[in-house]
Design a protein around this ligand. Structure first.
Ligand code: FPP
Length: 248
């Protein structure tokens, strides 16, 4: 495997809302499940491309806390696809030095899927290449609420002074406590919203909405998005460097 030089202007952390599997299938007169199956191919392509180009964190929104509202058969299909992906692709992820992390609510997951997710995390925890973050049973409001409860527990038990509660203490209790905020959030399928994805972490993320349905989004589209990102100017609430210089 070739690992390319890490380019300047490359985002450290890219997060993706993989949308449009159902519409991709419908446009072809196929059941929605075909779209999800085809979407796994895009997952593989994008994971490989991101790792090769030097992205450090890639977060994929695989199942949201709101996806439980879908028909049971579709939920089972999505869970089945994730299980198959981990069983089949874990060896490749290991060989590519990818570290797997899972974010989302774990307490309501069935033991079999939880065991598989933990195996993916444990068996890759020593890897030093890209971190693939799988957002599974994930909802940002749920995550922030769990973090708020953890802060409250620590205050009540005397581990944390109420006067010490600050942004850092909340961030330290989010599922993403050990990773940088996303620099770039991509959503496929032309929809333009965040749908309860990384709401805290997205504070300064660049948002990119692309027209392709997820099964049509591969390495080429991913690299094009990175190239568009590199042309954007990020100020984090400050001024352009030139303008800041002019004022001092
Ligand atoms: C959105 O399409 C996509 C999902 C809800 C699930 C994405 C899951 C995968 C690509 C497969 C499993 C993931 C991994 C990491 C192996 P949609 O069904 O909402 O499409 P629609 O808006 O066109 O109906």
């Amino acid at each position: 495997m070739t690992t390319h030089e890490r380019q300047a202007g490359l985002p450290d952390h890219v997060a993706i809302i993989m949308d449009g599997n159902g519409r991709w299938a419908k446009a072809r007169g196929l059941p929605r499940s075909f779209g999800h199956h085809q979407g796994v191919g895009s997952v593989r392509d994008v994971v490989r491309a991101a790792g090769e180009v030097g992205v450090r964190y890639l977060t994929l929104f695989a199942f949201s806390s709101e996806n439980w509202r879908r028909p049971e058969a579709e939920i089972n299909d999505l869970f089945g696809l994730l299980k198959t992906f981990i069983r089949r692709d874990l060896a490749e992820l290991r060989s590519r030095n990818v570290r797997v992390r899972v974010i989302g609510e774990r307490t309501t997951l069935k033991p079999d899927i939880l065991a598989l997710l933990c195996e993916a995390e444990d068996s890759t925890s020593g890897n030093t290449g890209m971190t693939l973050v799988i957002a599974f049973n994930y909802g940002a409001r749920n995550e922030i609420t769990r973090a708020a409860k953890a802060v409250l527990d620590d205050v009540l038990s005397g581990k944390l002074a109420a006067s010490s509660v600050c942004e850092q203490e909340i961030a330290a209790r989010l599922d993403t406590h050990d990773m940088p905020d996303p620099d770039l959030i991509i959503r496929t399928s032309g929809e333009e919203r965040l749908s309860n994805f990384l709401l805290w972490q997205a504070a300064y993320a660049e948002l990119m909405f692309v027209p392709e349905y997820w099964p049509d989004f591969g390495a080429e589209q991913f690299l094009a998005a990175l190239s568009r990102y590199s042309a954007r100017s990020r100020r984090f609430g400050g001024l352009q460097p030139a303008a800041a210089g002019a004022e001092t």
